[in-house]
Design a protein around this ligand. Sequence first.
Ligand code: GLN
Ligand code: ZN
Length: 747
Amino acid sequence: MKTTVLGYPRIGARRELKFATEDYWAGRADADALAKTGAELRAAVWNELRDAGVDAIPSNTFSYYDQVLDTSVLVDAVPDRYRHLTGFDRYFAMARGVQDVPPLEMTKWFDTNYHYIVPELGPGTRFRLAEGAAAKPLAEYREAKALGIETRPVLVGPLTYLLLAKPPADAPDGFRPLDLLDGLIDVYAEVLERLAGSGAAWVQFDEPALVADRTGEEIDALARAYARLGRLSSRPRLMVAAYYGTIGADALRTLARSRVEAVALDFAAGPGNVDVLASVGGLPRKTLVAGVVDGRNVWRADRRRAKAVCASVLGLVDRLVVSTSCPLLHVPLDLDAETSLDPGVRERLAFARQKVAEVVALGRALSEDAPPAGEAPAPAAGKVDASVRERLDSLGDARRGDRSARFAAQREALGLPDLATTTIGSFPQTPEIRRVRADRRAGRITEEEYERAMKDEIARVIALQEELGLDVLVHGEPERNDMVQYFAEQLDGYAATEHGWVQSYGTRYVRPPILHSDVARPRPMTVKWATYAQSLTSRPVKGMLTGPVTMLAWSFVRDDQPLAETARQVALALRDEIADLEAAGIRIIQVDEPALREMLPLRDADRPAYLEWAVGAFRLATSGVADTTQIHTHMCYSEFGEIIGAIGELDADVTSVEAARSHMELVSDLRAAGYENGIGPGVWDIHSPRVPSAEEMERNLRRALRAVEPSRLWVNPDCGLKTRAYPETEASLRNLVEAARRVRADV
Ligand code: GLN
Ligand code: ZN
């Protein structure tokens, strides 16, 4: 029995990649220094995997920013606006832009919280194999070989690469990146021939696109791509990896008939793979790379279950290789680095290093020559909180009263003008605020000193908003490091890590908390700050919470109970928080759900069930309040696609969304989808320091008014202001209030 992993964390045990990259960006280090750190990190991973006893070691899983961007560079899909630059400067300009040259778009990678750089492919794109270091899979293969380590280069598969690409804005209608398949395959063929020439025995093509719904035409493209690559006379053996879910039967059938020598399937996110495999008659004469160790979550493998999966597919394939379900990009590196985890939680966990050991141990246990080892006990389940479960059972389906009654009650109780102005929650997080939080964490200041500093900041932000003339104020969120972690730290059932960094994009890494047991709220989480802010002003202050779906999306979640159940537990804790806020005199409460769309399942068939529990959890959290209390929600995007109907189902009284860049189209889209409540289309794109003029915002508001009544239109920025600085924040908010005032005068 052989073993492998599909990919490995690349950021280093001490986030070396981040610091080296940021040093390069800041001009503190040169390209050679960055390249040296890269080489050290790659060598460390290869050596580690070899020493752990992994039989087949991947390469080209390293990236200075993103593997999809690497692919664009590899095939020379470089838009002209970057061609005056070379090397790292060109590469990072594509990722982040430079003065006057905007970057490529960035978006979420499948249903993960990793972001990739979107290839920009038009009819004029001519693929060509890059040379030197830009031909990264070749360079890395040779680099490993020089260290005495034989590797399997990993490439983004041609179908997935093209399906993730977008045409440039000026491309003719009807052009699709998939039209470029043949030219791309020519370059991939050249890569394979060169790899074979260097001695590579295997290549891995990542095709996660195969676990989403695919058209017949896309399946034909898959067949054509791998038929051509398979026919090459000189090539490494081909492995196609379809992870993050269950592969489509048509896709698997196509691969079964092709000349690829191995297929990797994900038995963690795609338990349906066993049936699909059986339904297509298995993979006779091929190798199945069985992803039985979950690469996406942090739980220790259940060995007995993993073995059972392997046993159930053994008769359907020629050979079996034990593997992780997907690349280990989404889990932290090493559990041993954690020193303060509760032992009961810790023994249930495995990070990347531990997962590699699990793969190796499973491989040994499944080999005929393995000694009959004692069975490791199955991992324990999370702690049960009986009172939480009883309360949830008794609550059932929760919904608020009639919309128009609520609308009238809130108008009367809040006395807000038409086109009411507000912000999304956070105000700029200045270095001083960050320092105070860090000082508190490190024990350099007392709790009293910390509280004083936070209150001073809140008072400053309230005074500023009054001076600017905003209608609904916020406390500014100075106490929050992160909108999920802040709550996770205060809820039972969540644990935080010290070093559990995973790459979100580029040099931005996050430490998702671990949701391990039943969730309960031992004490109020935000009431102190909200009521302090409210005590300073007669205008309404919005309470600010993170919604149940987002609390799951940006955490590692339990795999011992359905997500829907975990979401209800989080929702119940939020419901209690909302009740406390309301009782303390907070009349408007915002529950942010920026991750609602990101959690949407990859397959259409799975979406209704998801939306049902997601909407149900939001309603459970928000439906305990009086008609006079106004519930807001916020989402940071404007392309709602399949979730547009669900926005209305959430039944928030007011929904704020991103819209500044899409000219308010969203307002009519939402209306057309049946949304009838208040809406705050962002009129200021906060993702850049640019200050929009009052005229520009006024135009946007007038456009929005074509689709919504003035009493239901809210005036606000696109998102929170925590990444902005004060000068542009004050100037922009001043213009925003002015724009609202002008339009209000006319309606
Ligand atoms: N209330 C949060 C803030 O303003 C919302 C952040 C978000 O939508 N991502 O920062
Ligand atoms: Zn936002």
